[in-house]
Design a protein around this ligand. Structure first.
Ligand SMILES: [Zn+2]
Length: 387
């Protein structure tokens, strides 16, 4: 095990309130930290830094925990730039384009999918993401979903079975038949290869009763639950998520005050995905409203080929600050510790003693540069604990 000391950290965000200024961000200035190949060993003032096998002088840069991207659809074939152009020219998004990606994914070889996923995963990591969730959902057959999960497992431990993404073309006149397939043969084959199950519960996808049936079956099969909810309307998805105690309800573009009140008194995280609003030119939800109601929020990229082909967490942070009413510190917390909460992880998303050594060195003296310089390359180095 090699130890490494990072010195001359201008601003260190630990997200551990027992450290530094004792705020939620647990911030230190003129700081140093010691890590080994896997964990954080020591945090303190630069002048007190102990010796280590290796020394990395970051020359006054800000350091933050690695980003936790708790919502991606990284394994897919094809692309949908024409749909994007049409939407920018005024065509509304109704979820139908997912079927185009299903066709392209079914037509891709496993090696093609693996290579494309690898490129996207590398882009996310270059933007500072050190933990990423990856969903299936673009083949919608037993063998196909299994194939996507196997590829996802090559890139992440946080893998989600999402056979209930949309009803595929061949079942358009037999929705019940498709739900039966998902909870039967597909779930039986896929559950051993996933930690999570997710359903797209919205207008144009699965209704609340279908989603409940699928999630209950997934839970019985040993999977933990998360849910796409309330992206396109007040669909009842948030209520269903709370009824089932899911880890996270994702999108939450349209929520009522009652939804927020119920979320606040639960352990369910609301994951906001401003890349989707940006790429579909839709109104952003007010993240301020969630925080004022005491709801725990996460920010994620929702990287997918249709509605949010976003592979940069700093861009998501910039959107949340500019468009959703968050302070930089609130957005940074949501993209790190909030994402970890959405994945029920307490070993990532912070740099407390004993946390995973997932560290991002910012190209700037303050973490605020993440939002202050949108579109730039804001991460000069990502250190990811070996797993
Ligand atoms: Zn999604």
């Amino acid at each position: 095990m090699t130890t490494r000391v990072l010195t001359n950290i201008g601003e260190l965000t630990t997200n551990d309130p027992s450290l530094g200024d004792e705020s939620d961000l647990g911030r230190l200035y003129d700081a140093a930290m010691v890590i080994d190949d896997t964990h954080v060993l020591w945090i303190g003032q630069n002048g007190d830094a102990p010796a280590a096998d290796e020394r990395l002088d970051v020359d006054g840069a800000a350091v933050v925990p690695g980003f936790v991207d708790s919502h991606t659809h990284l394994v897919f074939g094809g692309e949908r730039s024409q749909e994007f152009e049409a939407r920018m020219a005024g065509t509304a998004y109704d979820g139908g384009g997912i079927r185009d990606t299903v066709a392209a994914t079914r037509g891709s070889s496993s090696n093609e999918l693996r290579a494309a996923t690898s490129r996207r995963a590398r882009a996310l990591q270059a933007s500072g993401v050190t933990t990423m969730e990856i969903k299936s959902g673009y083949e919608l057959t037993t063998g196909g979903e299994l194939r996507l999960l196997e590829i996802a497992n090559e890139f992440s431990d946080e893998v989600t079975f999402m056979g209930a993404h949309v009803v595929p073309d061949e079942f358009l006149h037999d929705r019940d038949g498709y739900v039966e397939l998902v909870v039967g043969d597909m779930l039986a084959h896929c559950a051993p290869h996933a930690r999570w199950a997710d359903v797209f519960c919205d207008e144009g996808a699965f209704n609340v009763d279908e989603a409940r049936t699928i999630l209950l079956a997934a839970s019985d099969a040993g999977l933990e639950l998360r849910l796409h909810a309330n992206q396109l309307g007040e669909s009842g998805g948030v209520e269903l998520g709370l009824e089932l105690g899911v880890a996270s309800v994702d999108h939450c573009t349209h929520v009522s005050d009652e939804d927020l009140e119920a979320l606040a008194s639960s352990s369910t995280v609301a994951t906001l995905l401003p890349g989707a609003e940006f790429c579909t030119r839709s109104p952003y939800p007010s993240a301020r409203r969630f925080l004022d109601a005491d709801v725990t929020i996460a920010l994620a990229t929702d990287c997918n080929p249709g509605t949010s082909y976003v592979t940069s967490m700093p861009f998501v942070i910039a959107l949340a600050v500019r468009e959703m009413g968050l302070s930089v510190d609130e957005a940074l917390w949501a993209a790190t510790r909030g994402g970890a909460a959405a994945l029920r992880r307490d070993d990532v998303g912070h740099l407390g003693i004993g946390a995973r050594a997932d560290v991002v060195i910012i190209d700037g003296p303050r973490a605020a540069h993440l939002a202050y310089r949108p579109g730039g390359v804001m991460v000069s180095q990502t250190i990811r604990a070996s797993r």
